[in-house]
Design a protein around this ligand. Structure first.
Ligand code: SAM
Ligand code: SF4
Ligand code: SF4
Length: 304
């Protein structure tokens, strides 16, 4: 009970963090030719909507564009090492899912494009182009393991956009310096994300927890990383990729199928709102995160 309350507060605080970024980006992007005070005030007030999903203001969405990867991390949170045949996600489904999501919302602070390894994917340019066309997205992050330096001129050029930042996961096993030099030379914004440890989400077997246990676990998980796979918005990558892989039983209450043509945009908006306020999902029954079993582990340990 206490831990659920504690984590509910932690989740709210997390949203405060996103709110601050949202205010900052709004201020940077909207205030040309306006009085600074007026603009700041407008930004502070407008972005308060992030605290009630009813207004369509969201904090964060991950978009995996491929299951191809240059590493084989044993405990990858996106279960990438479980994919036997690795490939790019179908670009039409990907783009339709993104466009439908954008029709359902007013604003989102961060969209993260990842995989797998996004620099291995043919989808990267098209996805970035679609994302950049929308002024509902404040910032776009491309998350990379640092092993690959892009060579496609169109990608290099689009990455220079000031709304994009390349986030390099700093893995001890990877020499990412070549990529850093390249990004600097090409005027591309980047950030080095140092991780001191990873978490072990456990195996993918069903654990048969009670509803009470699932609710407690979900409350203890930060579930910030909403994930769009196959046109479905899931509440975390374990749920989206686990369902995609067929490891987690397909449970329609765990996600929203944005490509369901029997539903209007109005209905989808409502369903996103309901989904984001869920108290647990069945995918948690295949996961240890948020329980005592979930331990800290070495970052990016490889499958031998
Ligand atoms: C799944 S990766 C995909 C992008 C890219 N391949 C990479 O490794 O940066 C996205 C982020 O999840 C993090 N991640 C993966 N597995 C994790 C785990 N078990 N615990 C904590 N973070 C994890 C990675 O470090 C990375 O920053
Ligand atoms: S964490 Fe990143 S680099 Fe490692 S297997 Fe997963 S997607 Fe690939
Ligand atoms: S399956 Fe549940 S507990 Fe595991 S990461 Fe996803 S939301 Fe959190």
């Amino acid at each position: 009970m206490m831990s659920g309350l504690f984590h509910n507060i932690a989740y709210k605080l997390h949203r405060v963090g996103f709110y601050m970024y949202s205010v900052k980006y709004y201020y940077m992007d909207h205030c040309h030719g306006m009085s600074k005070i007026k603009c700041l005030f407008e930004s502070i007030i407008t972005n308060l909507k992030i605290f009630n999903y009813r207004y369509g203001y969201y904090e964060y969405l991950e978009i995996p564009i491929t299951t191809k990867c240059s590493l084989r991390c044993k405990y990858c949170s996106n279960l990438i090492s479980y994919y036997k045949k690795k490939c790019d996600y179908d670009s039409t489904i990907l783009i339709n899912g993104i466009k439908t999501f954008l029709r359902c919302i007013h604003n989102i602070v961060y969209v993260r494009v990842l995989g797998g390894e996004p620099f291995l994917s043919k989808n990267l340019y098209r996805v970035l182009r679609v994302l950049l066309k929308s002024n509902k997205i404040q910032r776009i992050e491309v998350v990379t393991n640092g092993t690959i330096v892009p060579t496609d001129e169109r990608i290099i050029s689009i990455l220079r956009n000031k709304r994009i930042i390349v986030c390099i996961s700093r893995y001890p096993i990877v020499d990412y310096r070549k990529l850093v030099v390249f990004l600097k030379e090409n005027g591309i914004r980047y950030r080095l994300d140092k991780m001191h440890y990873w978490m072990n989400y456990g195996n993918t077997k069903k654990r048969n927890k009670t509803k009470k246990e699932l609710m407690k676990q979900y409350a203890s998980c930060n579930h910030v990383c909403k994930s769009l796979v196959n046109g479905q918005i899931h509440l975390c990558p374990r749920s989206s990729h686990g369902t995609d892989l067929g490891i987690i039983k397909n449970n329609k209450d765990d996600y929203l199928d944005l490509l369901d043509e029997t539903m209007s945009i109005r209905e989808k908006k409502k369903r996103i709102n309901d989904l984001f306020r869920k108290k647990y999902i069945m995918a948690c029954d295949y996961c240890d995160y948020g329980t005592k079993k979930c331990k800290k582990i070495k970052v990016a340990e490889q499958i031998k």
